[in-house]
Design a protein around this ligand. Structure first.
Ligand code: ADP
Ligand code: MG
Length: 238
């Protein structure tokens, strides 16, 4: 079976006021099927940059992004769009739900865009929302939902097209600690139940410790943290 995601020597720099800022300086990462990986690192270390490159929303300056054995650099726009739509799911720190649609519709719409029939899309959306504890909230619009509920809808939306890889950028970073824990537990349960792989950026080392593996961005390089080497000192992360 192909690796779900492979990054090879990925480099990305930005130009800021005429200065070259090297954010990723040769990042290597392999995620296997069913593997859930925590991406940690202080603010500004390049977590979002890395997730956007892995999610084909941004291009590296050099290096390779390989999804399901397919080299994405050479893929044309249509294939990249198809991979984003069918192979990848995204959850952001802020939910980005469509304000004029209810929770169910927010999870149905991406499926309709992927040519799923409305009947099947509604069934799938209902199942996902129920699994995420929102059976009583299906017909609420985002403004009528709490922050934790909105984020659960965003998770359901990300999983609507049965992706193989979920990319989440501090998905609980905007929630109070108690709500964050609950949403995170639901996220992990549904990820494990559906058997997909995930790369989840988080500041929260306790949550990171609950994933299969932890990788840390440090000075533009990705370090693989084996459980025995888990960092004891949290101070750098806040
Ligand atoms: P993190 O998600 O870990 O906080 P980011 O990937 O957002 O880190 O940012 C890494 C660094 O790259 C930061 O110093 C940020 O200012 C810079 N950066 C991110 N995006 C851009 C951009 N579009 N243009 C210029 N600099 C950027
Ligand atoms: Mg970020």
């Amino acid at each position: 079976m192909n690796n779900t995601l492979q990054l090879k020597k990925v480099c990305r720099h930005y130009l800021q006021g005429g200065q070259k800022l090297e954010v990723l300086k040769g990042v290597d990462l392999t995620i296997s099927p069913h593997e859930v990986v925590a991406l940690i690192g202080p603010s500004g270390s390049g977590k979002t940059t890395l997730l956007q490159i892995a999610g084909l929303l941004d291009q590296p300056n050099s290096g390779e992004v390989i999804l399901d054995g397919q080299k994405c650099q050479k893929a044309d726009d249509d294939s990249r769009t198809a991979l984003r739509r069918n192979y990848l799911g995204f959850v952001y720190q802020y939910h980005n739900l469509l304000p004029d649609f209810d929770a169910l519709e927010n999870v149905v719409l991406p499926q309709l865009i992927a040519n799923v029939s409305e009947k099947v899309a509604r069934e799938k959306a209902g199942w996902l929302l129920e699994r995420l504890g929102l059976s009583q909230r299906m017909y609420h619009r985002p403004a009528e939902l709490s922050g934790g509920e909105q984020q659960r809808v965003a998770i359901a939306r990300a999983l609507a097209n049965t992706p193989k890889l979920l990319l989440a950028d501090e998905p609980t970073g905007n929630l109070d600690p108690h709500t964050a824990d609950n949403v995170f537990i639901s996220l992990m349960e549904i990820v494990k139940e559906t058997g997909l792989s995930a790369l989840i950026a988080t500041h929260n080392l306790e949550l990171a410790g609950k994933m299969d593996r932890q990788v840390q961005l440090k000075d533009g390089i990705l370090l693989d943290l084996r459980p025995s080497k888990r960092i004891e000192d949290n101070r750098n992360f806040y």
